[in-house]
Design a protein around this ligand. Structure first.
Ligand SMILES: [Zn+2]
Length: 328
């Protein structure tokens, strides 16, 4: 399985349009030791031909244009309009995570894997998403539930060979979802993390199960982790690469910088630092390559000249950058 990190910042990207925090100011002034980042977007492929998006970021158009593998390949048999993007798997209904779907609307066939709750928010409450359903076989939606192992399929229902297992991470739906609607939805379908693998033998894989002894190497995609349960930490030890929520350095980061607002935990993110932070709590993690993703522009670990960056790197963690690629 090939994994490409197209975007690595939290919502708003880095720098953020309305932010003059020390990081954003310094980057704009050309004095920052560190990189700008677009909003989190990961793409995976079992065959390097057909690609699946983990979420669909608002920066997707430019992310596709900077990634040749995701650009249309002209073939006479397929015509002018086609795309290597076979589908998307949605981890939540946040605007930063789903807005890119609207950018993929040009009558292009697409498979969208989502929980029933996320599908209903987008399709039943947000009429703009009807643009994905203008013709037959445009967007094909497939529901999944947490704990279930499901294959990623393309718009033609072809099995990609990649298996996914979804974990319920948080129970909060986005603020734009009405209270009445939230009451009609399943809270455990609000915010998810995924463990994905690609069993060695594609095609004959119906009987194979994800996370069995015969499974391929595993990727964990956990962009919004509100709590580190023992169960979740146990799963982390079973993967080869962990892409983990690195949104905030400290719990009161936004409050200190803005003068008001919510804590990291109130926003559904365990901070990186502190005795209960991910760096400390996961210090014993041995197996996976550990990479922080979904990093907010205020996070001091973005500054490669800073102590926080050094602390993270010394602990064996990496901080994702746009354009990274690796094979599992
Ligand atoms: Zn900022």
């Amino acid at each position: 399985m090939r994994v490409k990190i197209l975007g690595s910042a939290a919502g708003g990207a880095f720098p953020q349009w309305n932010c003059a925090c020390p990081n954003c100011r310094s980057l704009r002034a050309g004095k920052f030791k560190g990189k700008a980042r677009s909003q989190t977007q990961v793409a995976i492929s079992a065959d390097n031909q057909s690609w699946f998006l983990l979420g669909a970021s608002p920066d997707l158009r430019s992310q596709i244009e900077s990634t040749p593998e995701l650009q249309p390949r002209f073939e006479v048999s397929n015509g002018i309009r086609q795309s290597p993007i076979a589908g998307a798997i949605l981890a939540n209904a946040d605007i930063d995570h789903v807005l890119g779907l609207l950018l993929l609307r040009e009558l292009q066939p697409l498979r969208i894997h989502a929980t029933a709750s996320i599908r209903r928010i987008l399709r039943e409450d947000n009429s703009m998403f009807a643009m994905l359903q203008r013709i037959a076989h445009q967007a094909s939606w497939s529901d999944f539930t947490t704990g279930e192992i499901f294959p990623l399929r393309d718009s033609q229902d072809k099995d990609s060979g990649i298996r996914c297992r979804a974990f319920s991470l948080g129970t909060h739906f986005p603020a734009y979802v009405s209270v009445e609607r939230q009451q009609a939805l399943a809270a455990n379908q609000a915010s998810l993390g995924f463990i994905l693998d690609c069993p060695p033998s594609v095609g004959e894989s119906v009987g194979r199960t994800l996370l069995s002894a015969t499974a391929g190497k595993r990727l964990a995609y956990m962009p919004a982790v509100p709590e580190l349960s023992d169960e979740l930490m146990g799963w982390f030890e079973s993967v080869d690469v962990l892409l983990l929520d690195g949104t905030f350095w400290s719990d009161d980061e936004l409050i200190r910088i803005q003068g008001s607002g919510q804590t990291a935990r109130q926003m559904g993110h365990v901070p990186v630092s502190g005795p209960e932070g991910t760096l400390c709590k996961l210090a014993q993690l041995r197996r996976p390559r550990r990479i922080y993703l979904h990093i907010n522009n205020t996070n001091p670990m973005l500054n490669e000249a800073g102590l926080e960056y050094r602390q993270v790197r010394d602990a064996g963690w990496e901080i994702a950058e746009d354009g990274w690629q690796f094979d599992l």
